[in-house]
Design a protein around this ligand. Sequence first.
Ligand code: TYD
Ligand code: ZN
Length: 411
Amino acid sequence: MSANVTVRHRCRVCDSHRLYSFLDLGEMPPANAFLDKPSGQESFPLEAVVCEDCDHVQLRHTVDPELLFGEYHYFSSASAPMSEHFDAYADAVDDRYLDTDPFVVEIGSNDGVLLSQFPDRVGVLGVEPAANVAEAARERGVETLVEFFGSDVGARIRDNYGRADAILANNVVGHIDDLHGLMTGVDTLLASQGVFVVEVPYLVDTVANNQFDQIYHEHLSYFSVRSFQRLAEQFDMRVVDVERQSVHGGTIRVHIQRQAAGRSPTRMVRDLETLELALGLDGREAYDEFAHRVDRTRTGITKLFDRLKTGDVTIVGYGATAKGNVLLNYCDIGPETLAYILDTTPAKQGTYSPGMHVPVREPAVFYEDPPEYAVLLAWNYRDAILRNEAEREFRKAGGQFVLPIPAVDII
Ligand code: TYD
Ligand code: ZN
């Protein structure tokens, strides 16, 4: 196998070797590896497993993070609907946890959009491994270290800046192979009454809503509340609260504190634990059923496009998302079906989608010469996109959106 990938034989949360494989999406290139030219690129296996001891869902393989995150095309601020989410997020952390002279560290701070929402009295520091993205944060005035967060970096920040009252990790913990290294770093850096707030896509939503396209090499872990409980307790911490959020198709915001901080878990923590067990996420069957649904979805999507293509129509992709690339690669949909994918991110425009080589264009192309169909590859922004004036015009003029997830549909 390639030197750029390693096979995990042990659970990232509990170190068990009892990993049950339930979904194989085949080999594909990294989902964010947009290409300057439509040329060959390395593919890696994409296989999901569940730990039969702690029920943590994760990938069998780890692709070298330098290869995935060194030069990154994902800018948090590129998706307008997220700015509201980040604004409310910063307020919530500030109201609940921050006092006088507070210090907040964000792991995987991307272009600094969340940290920039905190008021001036809050000291903030970002940690972001992608140099090009960190540069955008600095331009925004957010001090940012270009690093992968782990125990060493946690210790260095503590020595240079002091302990953190809040450590935030937004859509990044699932990207970290060494979860114990992460937690050691958090343990080193976190103040005694501090909080570690994590947002991740929620396994319950991923499974219940057939979101197989969330499964890609960057996402090494698919968390439940129970996974976080198992992880936290190994560091004398506990999950004290959980909130469900609608972003990214269903997210949980998990609040973790030291056990010594003395807070007891809210009822929501116990309720979601109960829900996860009721849904059978502690057994094989729920995962086997999910895998069957994924296979049927591919058949449905493939058939729909085969039929649509027989007419004299143009079909495009809407949103050059990582998840969209999983979907296109898994369903084998390329430029013979999609004329282009439109995306608001300048760094993605003019590139080709990984694996399938569909050109990525700026949205103006779509508005100036509307196609018959737009496949909503950014289905997580469905409501916001459909509300846009220009998209309402597109539909009024006869254009249609094809929705791939949770089930193939035309709207
Ligand atoms: P996102 O769904 O956040 O992520 P992922 O890549 O993790 O699957 O990415 C949304 C992409 O869609 C991003 O590249 C910006 C683009 N986008 C648009 O082009 N138009 C829009 O109206 C919105 C909301 C997003
Ligand atoms: Zn485990």
